[in-house]
Design a binder for this molecule. Structure first.
Ligand SMILES: [Fe+2]
Length: 208
């Protein structure tokens, strides 16, 4: 990207009215800006929530692992939504999108909890892809029962981590994280697992 000469005064000289800031005023957008990170990923900043640095570090690390997986599961549901096929196309197309939306809400809730604890949340999907332990599906389209099975596997991968984090945050007395994981994350997953699993029960559609 071409950078244009900056017209703002950077040497502290002031204009005739005595205001330094007025000398920097310009209608030009300040493009091409890069700088050092304010806070590196994996570090903790201080926040006065009466919770030890050790407890906050453990919690945000657990949450970031769940966040990475949740980012992947969200994308997985969107792809399933786009590739639904067959006699159950319409209901699955809608159900997958509903679940994707609920997972996206969890992404936001988990990420904001990481920030509340003083950490930096995983954001870039490429970063999430480095951290996730959910098995990667082929880039093409698979048959619906396979997609449903992969979704159930992905849910259980996350649920295992969530249950572990619920135990650990109870021990560390990080009840804010504990409540989020139990009340929102775990229950959303259990509900979604039920809705997906019922689709792979082999019952007759027309004749018993
Ligand atoms: Fe859509």
């Amino acid at each position: 990207m071409a950078t244009t000469p900056r017209s703002h005064a950077s040497n502290g000289t002031s204009s005739g009215n005595g205001s330094k800031s007025s000398a920097r005023r310009s209608p030009e957008p300040r493009l091409g800006q890069r700088g050092k990170e304010l806070q590196r990923f994996g570090t903790l900043r201080q926040l006065p929530i009466a919770l030890s640095a050790e407890a906050r570090t453990e919690s945000y690390q657990l949450l970031n692992e769940i966040l990475a997986d949740t980012t992947i599961l969200y994308a997985f549901y969107k792809k399933a939504h786009w590739n639904a096929a067959g006699p159950t196309f319409y209901q699955l197309h809608l159900l997958f999108d509903k679940h994707a939306g609920e997972q996206l809400e969890l992404v936001d809730a988990i990420a904001e909890r990481v920030q509340m604890l003083g950490g930096i949340s995983v954001g870039d999907p490429r970063h999430a892809a480095e951290l996730t332990t959910i098995e990667r599906a082929p880039d093409g389209a698979e048959e619906i029962p396979v997609v449903l099975d992969r979704l159930l596997d992905a849910h259980e991968t996350i649920i295992e981590k969530v249950r572990d984090a619920i135990d650990k945050t109870e021990e560390s007395k990080d009840m804010g994280t504990n409540d989020l994981l139990m009340g929102e994350v775990l229950r959303t997953h259990e509900m979604q697992v039920w809705f997906i699993a019922e689709h792979v029960v082999d019952v007759p559609l027309v004749e018993a």
